[in-house]
Design a protein around this ligand. Structure first.
Ligand SMILES: [Fe+2]
Length: 245
């Protein structure tokens, strides 16, 4: 995950499963609860390609998907590969380096029952349910790849931080227009019941797509967003990335 402001790693880590999710008996219960609640919550809120992608990957609430099977499908569709990691927080440099290599890292840790409503960390439900459905589509996967390529050519920490902010407000927490309606697009909105409902509430200032504003808006994984941005189209994202080259 890019540029997360983690201040107290050990404290936040408490309550996380440290075993591979496939070996943890509570993991399925957590997965099912998260899936059932958010799938129905998204019915009238999510970008339509998200549902097509879930279907393509056979992701459902009955079982935790096997990474090997997801990897086969994603690889056939976009030539990307998936890699499991037990690392709970992948730093921005490593994260974007994987993206340039067309490798999407999936955290093999799922949040605990106690943390079901809130987690600042990337974890399996966010990575799989939030990110992978759209990664089935070549046009979207190319955009994610471009983020990796551009980030790794940036020279200064300031440039990297600003670019990571752009990633955050597009790929993680972007909203997008579809058939004249605003839809959840970013993985953080798609995978989080609370963040998603916050985005569609009066608590959020909705701003038009604006690269300068995005890259200068602070990022925090510890509180609901007060400002989010609405993407008009994939072309708009690509044109903004053209500006970075
Ligand atoms: Fe993410």
């Amino acid at each position: 995950m890019a540029d997360r402001n983690i201040e107290n790693l050990e404290e936040i880590s408490k309550g996380y499963f440290n075993l591979p999710i496939k070996n943890n008996p509570d993991a399925l219960e957590v997965w099912t609860k998260l899936y059932d609640r958010q799938y129905y919550n998204l019915k009238d809120k999510a970008y339509s390609l998200f549902f097509y992608g879930l279907n393509q990957l056979s992701i459902n609430g009955l079982s935790i998907p096997k990474l090997s099977e997801l990897n086969c499908i994603i690889n056939k569709k976009t030539s990307w590969t998936l890699s499991p990691t037990h690392v709970e927080y992948t730093g921005a440099d490593d994260w974007f380096r994987h993206l340039e290599e067309k490798n999407f890292v999936i955290t093999e840790v799922i949040r605990s029952k106690e943390n079901i409503d809130y987690t600042p960390y990337p974890e399996a439900f966010h990575d799989i349910f939030g990110h992978l459905a759209l990664m089935c589509f070549q046009e979207y996967a190319k955009i994610v790849h471009r983020f990796g390529m551009i980030y790794n050519r940036l020279q200064t920490q300031k440039e990297k931080k600003e670019f990571a902010g752009f990633w955050w407000y597009v790929i993680e927490f972007g909203l997008i227009m579809e058939d004249n309606q605003m839809k959840a697009f970013g993985a953080g909105l798609l995978s989080s019941f609370g963040e998603c409902n916050n985005a569609f509430s009066d608590n959020v200032i909705l701003r038009p797509f604006d690269v300068n504003e995005m890259k200068n808006t602070p990022v925090s994984a510890h509180e609901f967003h007060q400002k989010l941005f609405i993407i008009e189209s994939f072309d708009q994202i690509n044109e903004a990335l053209d500006g970075w080259k």
